[in-house]
Design a binder for this molecule. Structure first.
Ligand SMILES: Cc1ncc(COP(=O)(O)O)c(C=O)c1O
Length: 382
């Protein structure tokens, strides 16, 4: 029962996970077993994920945002600390920092890949900086050689936001395994999904112990009411884990499908004036999260796509402009300090790349884009 991208009402949607009978059977088996909270499926899921990404230690989390918060707390990030976060990312990267009581400090991104710009990170680091959060955005990777060198030089902790990074490698190593901790999301639009879900990896045993304590009410194992420290309930359910295990087995099929669709986009959009499709960053592979393109002015093109019942999205709204973080803006904060994040928001467009989409759907989307770009409203300076 793989769902079609085009719903009954004719719309091409942004998100349509590849889930089917096997996931349904796996969830059903858990329900029938009577053990629905974290149990054997969760334990097996963690082991399989660890093996896939090549992590030494790991725990599950309820979602990507709480995976990041858990990772930060396990690293001892808290009030008085600053964490460097790219200006172009989902708000959850920064709200996880805020949730610990620390301050997210926004850093501009690279103009062509939209990954964190390390030269700008240098400028914004202060004596209060405790950690840097590279975010592996849009299906490719940050330059982890540069991030690690920067962090080592200053004694900073590295927390990787690999929410969108399942299957993505930098110089052959899976993202989320370079830093002190790495965090993944299994939300419905991610490469593999458990509906909601997350995963935190780490390299050393003491961080692993902190992760376990913090996620399970301040104790290492359930079944006792003696809690050595304060913690939270950041557990998941065995129903989600059972679904995740099926998804992990499908991962190569999902990746292949996304890459086929992305290649179809590349072909169909090449030669259209004013459209530049982004791809893998240097040293990294590409597991397209969306088909991400730059145009001169995204807003009218998105309107045109909507009028043809095609859902598209902007790039993430720059964090320095987010109303939620207005209190962090100083009198000198200016868009001029974040030129690439602002340009990305104005000219970036995200097109669907999910398993429910067909190559014919891609041709239909590209046809609308071509018509728009070649019309008087389309601009072509790129
Ligand atoms: C880059 C990034 N970070 C963090 C998150 C948060 O993950 P979740 O939605 O599972 O909380 C997302 C999810 O969209 C994301 O794209």
């Amino acid at each position: 029962m793989d769902r079609a991208a085009v719903s009954g009402d004719g719309w091409i949607r942004q998100v349509s996970p590849l889930i089917g009978e096997e996931e349904a059977r796996a969830v059903h088996r858990v329900v029938e077993s009577g053990w629905i909270t974290e149990g054997p499926e969760s334990a097996a899921f963690v082991e399989e994920l660890k093996e896939y990404v090549g992590a030494r230690f790991a725990v599950l989390a309820p979602n990507g945002t709480l995976a990041l918060a858990l990772g930060l707390l396990a690293l001892g990030v808290g009030p008085g600390d600053e964490v460097l976060v790219p200006d172009t990312t989902f708000v959850g990267s920064a709200s996880a920092v805020a949730l610990t009581g620390a301050k997210p400090v926004f850093v501009d991104v690279e103009p062509t890949t939209f990954q964190i710009n390390m030269a700008d990170a240098e400028r914004r680091a202060t004596s209060a900086t405790k950690a840097v959060m590279p975010v592996h955005l849009y299906g490719t990777a940050c330059d982890m050689t540069a991030v690690s060198a920067f962090a080592d030089e200053r004694g900073l902790r590295v927390i990787e936001d690999a929410a969108q990074g399942m299957g993505v490698r930098f110089r052959g190593q899976h993202v989320g395994t370079f830093g002190d901790v790495g965090c993944f999301s299994f939300f419905a639009d991610k490469t593999i999904t458990t509906g909601e879900g997350g995963f935190v990896t780490c390299r050393d045993e003491s961080t692993y112990e902190r992760l376990r304590l913090l996620r399970n009410q301040g104790r290492m194992n359930s079944g006792t009411f003696i809690h050595p420290s304060v913690g939270f309930n950041f557990r998941i359910t065995d129903m989600q884990a059972a679904m995740g295990r099926v998804q992990l087995r499908r991962l190569s099929q999902i990746v292949e499908r996304k890459q086929t669709l992305y290649a179809a986009y590349r072909d169909a959009l090449s030669g259209i004036r004013g459209v530049r499709v982004l791809g893998a960053a240097e040293g990294a592979n590409h597991v397209p999260f969306r088909c991400v393109a730059l145009v001169d002015d995204a807003a009218p093109l998105m309107e045109r796509l909507t009028s043809h019942q095609i859902e598209s999205r902007t790039f993430f709204y720059p964090l320095h402009l987010q109303p939620a973080f207005a209190s962090l803006r100083g009198p000198d904060t200016s868009d001029r300090d974040f030129p690439n994040a602002v340009a990305g928001y104005e000219g970036g467009i995200c097109l669907p790349v999910h398993s429910g989409l067909t190559v014919d759907d891609v041709a239909r989307i590209a046809g609308v884009i071509r018509d728009h770009q070649e019309s008087p409203q389309g601009k072509g300076t790129l």
